[in-house]
Design a protein around this ligand. Structure first.
Ligand code: DON
Length: 313
């Protein structure tokens, strides 16, 4: 048994969350907040919150788990699920499902792969998904916000105009991605319309509790909080699989190695993660590593799976 940690009892997640928060307080080095969007740069990297939601909606939390933060790329999971629910497999003809091994905002693979992004979580892929959801709904960002409000049970969730405006003012790279893919016929809406939708999507503010609850359909194999089905079992598996392999960009291998769960990060410092059939998690701490993932967030999830023995492996 040397070196093995005995799994903690899973009757309640509260003790394990408190232990993780206590351990992290003693660890130096929290990374740096994203500074490429001025509205995100001002947040204190020492902040921390974490929540775990069970499939029945019971939620546990520690630290600033009820504090809204900028969800950013975490939202890419929800737009993927919302579009997949509407169009099914046709989506996979327009966006791939392979890890890119490149930063989230990279342009390099797009030209030799003919405008088809590697996966739905790099920015290029997320733009394709949002574009397709917008075509089907007439309001991709509004559809996303309604979904998050319903699943979290929190009707107060909202867009941040400040963050969306800040993104738009510093959005040259996303604009380049949009126009480049449009030149291959892989974007259906006018690029400025798409960018407005995408920046509003990224600007949604929600807490760890909200996001852990909103992710619940992925632990329930596609079933929404109200008991209706959003995704087939197979589609829920697809979303979890692409989170595992692509959810933390060029750090996805390291994240799988350390955490062993489907996860999705955002540059606001949030990370969601799924233990299929068992629970969903959200952790927030705005200090990022050089690949754009929350330093304390990854460390907290690493400790969670180690202490509880809950991982997909
Ligand atoms: O596209 C962007 O630059 C941001 N709004 C979202 C980036 C993001 O969160 C990437 N994730 N780590």
């Amino acid at each position: 048994m040397g070196g093995m940690t005995a799994p903690l009892p899973s009757r309640t997640f509260q003790p394990v969350l408190e232990r993780i928060a206590e351990e992290l307080e003693r660890r130096p080095g929290r990374g740096r907040p994203a500074d490429y969007i001025p509205a995100l740069a001002a947040v204190d990297p020492g902040r921390f919150g974490m929540a775990v939601a069970e499939p029945d909606g019971t939620v546990y939390g520690v630290g600033e788990w009820r504090q809204p933060f900028s969800t950013q790329s975490v939202t890419k999971v929800f737009t993927l699920a919302l579009d997949l629910a509407r169009e099914g497999d046709e989506l996979w003809e327009h966006v791939g499902r392979e890890p890119s091994g490149n930063p989230f905002n990279s342009l390099v693979q797009l030209e030799y792969e003919h405008g088809i992004p590697r996966n739905p979580f790099i920015n290029a892929g997320a733009l394709v998904v949002t574009d397709r959801l917008h075509t089907r709904t007439g309001d991709a960002a509004g559809t996303l916000l309604d979904f998050l409000c319903a699943e979290s049970g929190n009707p107060q969730l909202s867009f941040s105009k400040e963050v969306a405006d800040s993104e738009a003012a510093h959005g040259d790279r996303n604009a380049a991605l949009g126009h480049f893919m449009a030149s291959y016929g892989n974007i259906g809406n006018p690029v400025p319309v798409l960018l407005d939708q995408y920046f509003r999507q990224c600007s949604i503010e929600a807490s760890c509790a909200d996001l852990a609850l909103a992710t619940g359909f992925l632990a329930r194999h596609g079933i929404r909080a109200d008991g209706t089905r959003l995704l087939t079992r197979s589609q829920a598996k697809q979303v979890n699989a692409v989170m595992l392999t692509c959810g933390t960009y060029d750090a996805a291998g390291d994240f799988a190695h350390r955490v062993g769960l489907p996860g999705k990060s955002g540059v606001g410092g949030g990370i969601i993660a799924v233990v299929p059939g068992r629970c969903t998690l959200c952790v927030w701490s705005p200090g990022l590593d050089e690949r754009g993932n929350s330093v304390a967030g990854v460390a907290a999830l690493d400790r969670f799976t180690t202490l509880t023995g809950l991982s997909v492996f």
